[in-house]
Design a protein. Structure first.
Length: 105
C-alpha cells in the first residue's frame, strides 16, 4: 500500500522558514556551507518518502493513533514532522520543526 504525502500550507511555510534559517546561519558563519540548507530540505523530503509506505511505524503524538511524528536525522540533530494519517491513502504533514525547537508553531 502506498500513501500519498501532502504538505499543509503551514508545513510548507515551515519548510521555507527552516530553509531560510539554515541559510542565514551558514551566511553568518565564517566557514559557512551554502549547500547545507538544500541538504536539510532534501533530508526532510527523504523522510517524507518513508511515510509513503510506513506511516504507522512512526511514534504517536498524543492520544490518537492517527496523529504521529516522524524524526528526520540531519547532522548532529535533525527535524520532526507532525502528521496525520487521514485515510488508507493519504498522510497530511501538519508541521515541521527543528528538533531543538520547543514545540510546533
Amino acid at each position: 500500500m502506498k500513501y500519498r504525502v501532502v504538505f499543509s500550507q503551514a508545513a510548507a511555510e515551515d519548510l521555507e522558514q527552516l530553509f531560510d534559517f539554515a541559510l542565514q546561519r551558514e551566511l553568518d558563519s565564517e566557514t559557512g556551507d551554502l549547500h547545507v540548507p538544500e541538504k536539510a530540505v532534501q533530508a526532510i523530503k527523504n523522510g517524507m518518502a518513508f511515510l509513503t509506505t510506513s506511516p504507522f511505524a512512526c511514534r504517536k503524538a498524543g492520544s490518537s493513533a492517527f496523529i504521529r511524528e516522524l524524526v528526520i536525522p540531519f547532522g548532529n540533530t535533525g527535524y520532526v514532522a507532525l502528521f496525520e494519517i487521514v485515510d488508507g491513502n493519504t498522510v497530511i504533514i501538519g508541521a515541521i520543526r527543528h528538533q531543538r525547537e520547543d514545540d510546533y508553531h
